[in-house]
Design a protein around this ligand. Structure first.
Ligand code: DSN
Length: 423
């Protein structure tokens, strides 16, 4: 980026350092990925210069000859890839997409139902700290404490009891297949509009590796940058009957002009996600998650629900003598990046929880396979042992983490990540 380097070496330097970090570390945050160079080029394009409030053919600014074509292309690709009747590609991200659903289909004070944040749901599914929990009456469901899995009978009983206007399904920390068909049936039996937030699994759904919510629920929301591997953005997919209300809620209800550079990059990502190569990639995400789960379980790590069906794992670290916070910090020092996470029923607070969350979309993008998952589990076990060893002082621990980080760097140098500049 020579122009940036000349104009603002300070920002250019930060971006270069982040490029080096993304190259040298193993990135296991399940909502992150490596977007392709093509997606990055579209994101950084001159489309950022244009305002386009409204929708194709009905804009509030002139000069939309190319933007209308672009947005129609992105919408057509999304409709085809996911088999949706109607698509809106304008939401700035997943939270605004969900906010638009509330605005379109519920009134403040209405009862809404979703998976609790501390059980694996999302802030926007009715958490007390978010507008979804403050302006609406949230009813929250969780997982069965014994199995770590959704109990659809309990969910249906709750829906029958509280009759929510909206019933959200979808999660940010649930390692198992979500039965969208069952959620759709619960909605029909209880009069709720069912909304599936597939942000985490959109890439798996596009590839047919996770059952699609689209045929079964009324509205689907998603981000575009997680397993789908696009730019940071959002989409709403819905049945035709909800199209007008949802479009109006996105614009002018909630947002101004769409980010056309993002729209272009979403279109590129949707084209990529329709290829055989992407389907192979999505299958490998799940294979890698399963391999990592087995390798960790073999080293005594306790996995919520006992394993995974998708791209992520939730690890309960209580048996390893470390907290999630300690482990996440220690792993970062050792070149392995994840996030600390509440586990269902966690006795600890959110800032110092008992677990970590791991995901394989990013490492699979750089070509890691089963052998690397085995290696990774070995490093994680070593790091947990270093952190739990009371005989080590801070200096000795740091040295031990650095040793692992050197080995990690060696592995990463053999797997160049898509989209990154050479280091
Ligand atoms: N922040 C995302 C995640 O990490 O799961 C959800 O929006």
């Amino acid at each position: 980026m020579p122009a940036l380097h000349d104009a603002d070496p300070e920002v250019a330097g930060i971006i270069a350092a982040e490029n080096a970090r993304q190259h040298a570390k193993i990135r296991l945050i399940p909502s992150e990925n490596y977007a392709s160079r093509a997606v990055l080029e579209a994101t950084g394009s001159i489309l950022t210069n244009k305002y386009s409030e409204g929708y194709a053919g009905q804009r509030y600014y002139e000069g939309q000859q190319e933007i209308d074509r672009l947005e129609e292309l992105a919408v057509a690709r999304a409709r085809e890839l996911f088999g949706a009747e109607h698509v809106n590609v304008q939401p700035y991200s997943g939270s605004p997409a969900n906010q638009a659903v509330y605005l379109a289909l519920a009134d403040p004070g209405d009862t809404v139902m979703g998976m609790a944040l501390d059980q694996g749901g999302h802030l926007t599914h009715g958490a007390a700290v978010s507008v979804s929990g403050r302006h609406y009456k949230p009813v929250q469901y969780g997982v069965d404490p014994a199995t770590g899995r959704l109990d659809y009978e309990v969910i249906e009983d709750l829906a029958r009891q509280y009759r929510p206007k909206l019933l959200f399904c979808g999660a940010t920390a649930y390692p198992r297949v979500i039965d969208f068909e069952r959620f759709g049936a619960i909605g029909r039996r209880t009069g709720a509009v069912v909304v599936a937030d597939m942000a985490h699994i959109a890439g798996l759904v596009a590839a047919g590796v996770h059952p699609s919510p689209v045929p079964h629920v009324d509205v689907v929301t998603t981000t575009t940058h997680k397993s789908l591997r696009g730019p940071r953005g959002g989409m709403i997919l819905c049945r035709r009957e909800y199209a007008e209300a949802l479009d109006k809620a996105v614009f002018p209800g909630l947002q101004g002009g769409p980010h056309n550079n993002t729209t272009a990059a979403i279109a590129v990502a949707l084209k990529e996600a329709g290829t055989g190569e992407f389907r192979t990639y999505a299958r490998a995400i799940v294979d890698n998650a399963r391999a990592l789960a087995e390798a960790l379980a073999g080293r005594g790590f306790d996995l919520v629900s006992g394993g995974t069906d998708n791209h992520l794992l939730l690890v309960d670290l209580r048996g390893k003598g470390v907290t999630g916070y300690q482990m996440a910090k220690a792993l970062d020092a050792a070149g392995i990046v994840c996030n600390y996470n509440l586990i269902p029923g966690d006795p600890k607070p959110a800032r110092r929880p008992s677990g970590i969350r791991l995901g394989t979309p990013a490492v699979t993008s750089r070509g890691f396979g089963g052998a690397e998952m085995e290696q990774l589990a070995g490093w994680m076990d070593r790091v947990a042992a270093i952190r739990a060893d009371e005989g080590l002082d801070r200096k000795a621990r740091s040295a031990a983490y650095r040793k692992v980080a050197n080995e990690v760097r060696g592995l990463c140098s053999r797997f160049p990540a898509p989209g990154l500049a050479e280091v």
